[in-house]
Design a binder for this molecule. Structure first.
Ligand SMILES: Cc1cc2nc3c(=O)[nH]c(=O)nc-3n(C[C@H](O)[C@H](O)[C@H](O)COP(=O)(O)O)c2cc1C
Length: 397
């Protein structure tokens, strides 16, 4: 195993969790004319979700997008799509991405409680503060300056949690005023779970602070190990500042685009082909739109702050996590992320149904062995009772 230090945030007993990006927008996960055997339609996604839960994925994440960007000229709405997928699966938890500014937190809390009841506790939300200015301004909605978006997001999540957990909830803030509200029914009462999970996506200093204060889960874009270690440190510092309102410690998810092939050479050649066939105008348009994210902050830190043209071909910087190589190499890299504090790996692929299945068959068993070794070498045990049910026979694409 490689020489990455285990940091104090790392949780070596709990098995890593795996998620995939729901391809609910057209064009796949890379802005390239390379063949992508992935479809954004519901039937494809239903089958994909069933494969994923059978091979050991615990989560799927639906994207929220209202207008074309990065070539995704058709988009299905995230919360509706999530409900459909929850109805088509039995164990998978499905996370719907939602923008404050598009939704009222009380309306979202109501949606989430209903989805929780319908799905027996499997619905979650990812609160994203947005970067695609035109979606807001062309809807006639205000577009807040970068760090102000996170002021609103922090209020939004505090209210969401308040309405999920309290009766007669009131809140007076800069963006919202809630008065004596009780939502009934409450979410399901599930042991060990204070309420349906609240994820959060963002990279900037303001994002890390907001997540540290409020989110159950912090998601970042693709990052190097060093880069993600910095993000984790920022979130942990905010969580320990005395301003954290969430009941449990934050947990961490990293995005990565997976290219698992029999040889490292095949994998890197596939990456080269994806980039060589990049749809240049779409990547350049995207690069210009995302200046509203990291680059617009005061300290210039945040998502896509220094992404190259090649990085942006996977529009969530997924190549930068380097999940590219043989199954063994990818499993080792994933366990290196666990050593620095990652709890969940969010994955994307060229050919979703086929590659989610092969990831489950070929990569996950190696990850589990390496995780068990890592725990033992550090004087503890991997808690295998927390591993998800796997049913490879039921998974064939
Ligand atoms: C895992 C993840 C998922 C995201 N999903 C969406 C999404 O569905 N829709 C969206 O507009 N932005 C999404 N974002 C982007 C965020 O809204 C935000 O603009 C971005 O993280 C930039 O943050 P920063 O400016 O704080 O660095 C996502 C971000 C991450 C890390």
């Amino acid at each position: 195993m490689s020489q990455v230090d285990v940091t104090p945030v790392a949780d070596l007993e709990t098995p890593l969790k795996f998620a995939y990006w729901v391809p609910n927008v057209s064009g796949g996960l890379v802005i390239s004319t390379i063949e992508q055997r992935t479809s954004w339609d519901f039937e494809y996604n239903k089958k994909l979700a069933r494969i994923a839960e059978n091979v050991g994925f615990e989560y799927a994440l639906s994207q929220t997008r209202y207008a074309a960007s990065y070539g995704a000229d058709k988009q299905h709405e995230a919360t509706a799509f999530t409900l459909g997928l929850l109805g088509a699966t039995e164990r998978l938890k499905i996370i719907a991405a939602v923008h404050p500014g598009m939704w009222h937190p009380g309306v979202l809390a109501k949606w989430l409680i209903t989805a929780d009841h319908i799905s027996n506790g499997r619905a979650a939300v990812n609160i994203v503060s947005g970067w695609l200015k035109d979606e807001f301004t062309n809807f006639g909605l205000p577009w807040l300056e970068h760090d102000e978006r996170y002021v609103r997001t922090e209020e939004f999540i505090s209210i969401l949690r308040g309405l999920l957990t309290e009766k007669d909830f009131s809140f007076e803030g800069k963006y919202y005023n809630i008065k004596d509200f009780t939502l009934s029914p409450a979410p399901l009462d599930i042991p060990g779970r204070p309420h349906p999970e609240i994820f959060f996506g963002g990279n900037s200093t303001a994002a890390q602070a907001a997540a540290g204060h409020t989110a159950d889960w912090y998601f970042s874009n693709g990052r190097s190990l060093e880069g993600f270690r910095d993000n984790i440190a920022g979130v942990v510092a905010a969580a320990e500042s005395g301003k954290r309102t969430a009941p449990q410690k934050p947990r961490f998810g990293i995005n990565g685009f997976v290219i698992a092939r029999d040889t490292e050479k095949e994998a890197t050649e596939t990456l080269r082909e994806i980039i060589a066939k990049a749809h240049r105008p779409a990547v350049e348009g995207f690069a210009s739109a995302v200046k509203e994210a990291g680059q617009s902050t005061k300290d210039g830190k945040g998502m896509w702050e220094d992404s190259s043209f090649e990085d942006l071909v996977q529009y969530n910087d997924g190549f930068r996590s380097e999940l590219i190589g043989t199954p063994e190499q990818i499993a080792e890299r994933i366990v290196d992320f666990k050593k620095i504090g990652v709890n969940l790996v969010l994955t994307g692929y060229l050919h979703f149904q086929e590659e989610v299945e092969s990831f489950g068959r070929d990569v996950l068993p190696i990850v589990r062995e390496l995780e068990a070794d890592l725990a033992r070498k550090n004087g503890t045990e991997l808690n295998t009772s927390l591993l998800p049910v796997v049913n490879l026979e039921g998974a064939s694409a």
